[in-house]
Design a protein around this ligand. Structure first.
Ligand code: 5GP
Ligand code: MN
Length: 342
C-alpha cells in the first residue's frame, strides 16, 4: 500500500549489528510529545521482544498525561541524569534518534554529545529536511508519525506477531497525538489499518484516549478560559489567530508542563481562520507554535523568521524578543508571506 522506506538489506544489516552489540540508546526529542515517547518506548519493547536490550533517553521531562505508558519509568531524563547519560553516550555502540532529524532538537548540550559520538547512528523520523548524520536513515516526511514508522519497521521485518499490548499502546499513542485524533491531512488509510491491527492485538483505544484527552485539572481549564478570554487576537484580514502567554500569567494560573498543549489548535478551529500561532514566554526564549490549514507552509515561515521548522501544517520556532515584540514581528511579516504562498 505505501512505498516502504525500509530496504530489506539495510534492515537486516542493522539488525545484525544490533544483535552483536552491548549498548543501544534510543533518543526522543526535547519537550517530548506522544509520538516521541510512544515511538521510543514502542521500539524499546519491540527490541526487547527480539531479545535485544536498549535504553530510552529523553532530554527533559514530559507531561503527566504520558506517564502511564508501559516502561516510561525506565526512561532516563538527561536534565536529571547528565553524568549518567554522558557516560552512556561515550560507551554506546548504537544510537537511535527518533521523531527528530537534526541533532539540535535535543538541546545544545545533549545535541553536541550525540553529534560527537562516533558509534553507529540510526534515524527514524518523519520531519522535513532530514540531516545527514546517520549510518541508517529511515525518513518518511509524508508519514503522519514516527510511531507509524515503528510499526512499518516491524512490518518490514515480518515481525507483526511480536506486537503485544505494550508495543501497541505505545504506537497507538503516537498515531493518536500526531494526527490530532486521526484528523490531520497526513492521516492515511494505512494509519487507520494500523490502528485497527493494534486494536486486534489488544490495544484498548478508549483507555488511551482517556489517558491523553481527559486530563483537565481545574487550573488548566481556568488557564484556557483566561487565555481565550484575554489573550486571543483574531486578525480576519489575514485569516490568522494569535494566542500568547507570559511566564507571569502562567505562574498566576499554577501552570504545569503540558497545560498549554492544544491551545494553538483551539485558535485554528475558529471558523475562517487558516493560520494560528501560540506565543509562549519561556525562561530564556519565547517559544512559538504554528498551525495552518491547507497548503500554507508554516514551517517555512518559522524557518525564515524564527529559526524553526517542522511540518507544513504544524511547526515550531523561537524568538529572542519579548512576547509583544514577537507578536508585532509576526503581524509585520505574515501578510507578505501569505500573499506569496497563495
Ligand atoms: P509544537 O508546536 O507542537 O511544539 O511543534 C510542532 C512541530 O514543529 C513538531 O513537529 C516539532 O517537531 C516541530 N518543531 C517545534 N519546535 C521546533 C523548532 O524549534 N525547530 C524545528 N526545526 N522544529 C520544531
Ligand atoms: Mn512526530
Amino acid at each position: 500500500m505505501t512505498n516502504s522506506i525500509f530496504d530489506k538489506q539495510q534492515l537486516s544489516a542493522l539488525f545484525e549489528e544490533l544483535n552483536k552489540v552491548n549498548s543501544i540508546l534510543i533518543f526522543g526529542h526535547k519537550s517530548p510529545d506522544g509520538d516521541s515517547i510512544g515511538s521510543t518506548l514502542g521500539l524499546f519493547h519491540y527490541l526487547k521482544n527480539k531479545g535485544i536490550k536498549s535504553q530510552v533517553i529523553h532530554p527533559d521531562n514530559y507531561p503527566g498525561f504520558l506517564k502511564w505508558m508501559p516502561e516510561n519509568e525506565s526512561m532516563l531524563i538527561f536534565d536529571k541524569k547528565k553524568k549518567e547519560v554522558t557516560e552512556l553516550i561515550e560507551k554506546a555502540d548504537v544510537i537511535f534518534t527518533l521523531d527528530f532529524n537534526d541533532q539540535t532538537r535535543v538541546g545544545n548540550e545533549l545535541g553536541k554529545l550525540i553529534a560527537n559520538a562516533t558509534c553507529t547512528k540510526v534515524m527514524l523520523d518523519h520531519h522535513q529536511e532530514p540531516g545527514d548524520y546517520a549510518k541508517y536513515t529511515f525518513s518518511d516526511v509524508k508519514s503522519c508519525s514516527t510511531c507509524q514508522l515503528v510499526y512499518e519497521l516491524i512490518e518490514a521485518n515480518e515481525d507483526l506477531d511480536l506486537i503485544d499490548e505494550d508495543i501497541g499502546n505505545c504506537i497507538y499513542t503516537g498515531l493518536l497525538t500526531d494526527t490530532g485524533s486521526f484528523r490531520f491531512p497526513a492521516t492515511t488509510p494505512k494509519t487507520h489499518l494500523i490502528a485497527a491491527d493494534l486494536m486486534e492485538r489488544g490495544v484498548n483505544h478508549s483507555k488511551i484516549h482517556e489517558h491523553i484527552q481527559d486530563i483537565n485539572t481545574t487550573d488548566r481549564l481556568r488557564l484556557l478560559g483566561y487565555t481565550l478570554n484575554n489573550k486571543l487576537e483574531v486578525l480576519p484580514e489575514i485569516k490568522t489567530a494569535i494566542v500568547s502567554l507570559t511566564m507571569q500569567e502562567m505562574k498566576d494560573h499554577n501552570t504545569l508542563k503540558g497545560y498549554t498543549e492544544g491551545f494553538v489548535n483551539m485558535a485554528l478551529s475558529i471558523l475562517g481562520i487558516e493560520v494560528a500561532v501560540f506565543v509562549k514566554e519561556d525562561e530564556k526564549i519565547v517559544k512559538l507554535s504554528f498551525r495552518s490549514k491547507g497548503d500554507i507552509p508554516v514551517n517555512e515561515f518559522s524557518k525564515a523568521h524564527f529559526g524553526g521548522g517542522g511540518h507544513i501544517n504544524a511547526a515550531g520556532g523561537a524568538s529572542q524578543l519579548s512576547v509583544q515584540e514577537t507578536i508585532d514581528k509576526i503581524k509585520k511579516e505574515l501578510p507578505a508571506f501569505l500573499e506569496q504562498n497563495k
